[in-house]
Design a protein around this ligand. Structure first.
Ligand code: FAD
Length: 414
């Protein structure tokens, strides 16, 4: 009769959010866990995340709602989130003395507003569970043996029963070469979450202007996103643009970041709404100077810019405006076209789309379908979310499941 063998030995490669979470979970299930981090610091991204506050997760409790925030990996994550999602994450941190708070837009942070709270909680828990952390230990090769793995790093090769890879994203395909060598397909990395450069557009003459609820569309695609928009010195930014950059990451990369954005300045207004609004105002105040009273709560600089574009001079009263000029004004409000020429990295949060092809990983346990005993979690997978805590949530969830299943995958001795 088969009996259960000795304690499972698990190597976790990468000391980021996913690596720590997976290591703690595996150790909590009785495994001997060694975590290898190539640099001299663990959890570096957690520390700088969310502007030093760490946007841990997002108050989106329904998995079906949560997955909508992932341009890549949403379908795969549905199975993952059914096991461990936002509620479980909040509870996990709460049990370790870290209370989270929700901001008006749904983002969740530690009440301390300090990412060190998260870093310390993870380190403390790893220590308590006996996780052995090896710094300055880059792993360059995973060698599969008949029923275990040999890891090659700076020191003597080390043998382990299971491996959890949590090495994060990489901007270049070559960075995934050592994982491709295991037979896994890699989706070529492309940047996600960036702002648009618009050097030829007059719009950049209005830096600092923000609009609370615009709708932005990428010409030639069905990609349309709503949210706040900010005009910067180099182009357009803000949540609506970041969402568009994430969902359009592959398309924009193919176009070498040369495209056109269509902006509707009030996401909920139709062309007819604008036309009627102008018509009603014109009837009510025919002799008012057009430039003096901006409509639709537009900042006066933007309003004046639209008037110039429409051939409506500074002196015009509403009665002076021709039908053609009004049509042009409606075009500016409903479909303002901005040529995009390049991108700028978003300072707060950037991620890499691409990584391990998801069809080769089982979402119920995060185990490789190619090499049993090998697991993946975090950004190394072809999963990425928009800003708002979604990237960490994917890391916590995939890591929790990978850690638990890797540890429970008992070695059988005859
Ligand atoms: C500035 C910034 C702010 C962010 N803020 C937020 C936020 O507030 N909320 C949010 O949800 N997301 C945020 N993100 C995204 C989030 O940080 C990542 O999605 C998340 O860190 C991914 O976790 P991970 O553990 O998979 O990878 P990582 O955090 O990248 O960790 C991977 C680790 O593996 C190590 N490693 C790599 N290769 C090897 C190797 N061969 N051997 C050993 N070790 C190796 C690396 O040194 C690193 O420590 C932010 C990102 C950035 C850049």
């Amino acid at each position: 009769m088969a009996t259960f063998g000795p304690m499972v030995k698990i190597a976790v490669i990468g000391g980021g959010a996913a690596g720590f979470f997976a290591a703690i979970e595996a150790a909590s299930h009785g495994a001997e866990v060694h975590l290898f981090e190539k640099t001299s610091h663990v959890l570096s991204k957690v520390k700088i995340s969310g502007g030093g506050r760490c946007n841990v997760t997002h108050a989106a409790f329904e998995p079906s709602h949560l997955i909508k925030n992932y341009p890549r990996g949403g379908k795969f994550l549905k199975k993952v989130f059914e096991q461990f999602a936002v509620r479980e994450t909040i509870d996990w941190f709460e049990k370790r003395g870290v209370d989270l708070k929700v901001e008006a837009d749904g983002r969740m942070f530690p009440i301390s507003d300090d990412s060190n709270t998260i870093v310390e909680a993870l380190q403390k828990e790893a220590l308590a569970k006996g996780v052995k952390v090896h710094l300055k230990s880059p792993i360059s090769k995973i060698e599969p043996l008949s029923d275990r793995f040999r890891l090659h790093g700076p020191n003597q090769p080390l043998e382990t029963d299971r491996v959890i890879v949590t090495t994060g994203g990489h901007p270049k395909l070559e960075g995934f070469g050592w994982l491709a060598a295991l037979g896994h397909s890699i989706i070529a990395p492309v940047p996600s979450l960036f702002t648009f450069n618009t050097p030829q557009s007059a719009i950049k003459s209005f830096p600092g202007i923000s609009m609370p609820e615009v709708m932005v569309k990428l010409e030639g695609t069905k990609l349309t996103y709503s949210g706040p928009l900010l005009i910067t010195h180099w182009g357009i930014s803000g949540p609506a643009v970041l969402k568009l950059s994430a969902f359009g990451a592959n398309w924009l990369a193919e176009k070498a970041y040369q495209a056109k954005a269509h902006i509707r300045w009030h996401g909920t207004k139709s062309e007819e709404d604008y036309r009627k609004g102008i018509g009603a105002y014109k009837t009510l105040h025919p002799k008012r100077k057009v430039a003096k009273y901006p409509l639709f709560d537009l900042p006066s600089r933007l309003w004046e810019h639209f008037l110039i574009n429409s051939g409506i001079s500074e002196e015009f009263i509403w009665l002076d405006c021709s039908k053609k000029q009004i049509n042009k004004l409606v075009d500016n409000l409903f479909c303002y076209i901005v040529p995009i020429e390049g991108k700028t990295t978003y300072k707060e949060e950037f991620v890499t789309a691409g990584g391990i092809e998801l069809s080769e990983v089982d979402p119920s346990n995060l185990e490789s379908k190619i090499l049993p005993g090998l697991y993946f979690a975090g950004e190394v997978l072809n999963i990425d979310g928009i800003t708002g805590g979604f990237n960490f949530q994917a890391a916590w969830s995939t890591a929790q499941i990978a850690g638990k299943h890797a540890a429970n995958h008992h070695i059988e001795a005859v």
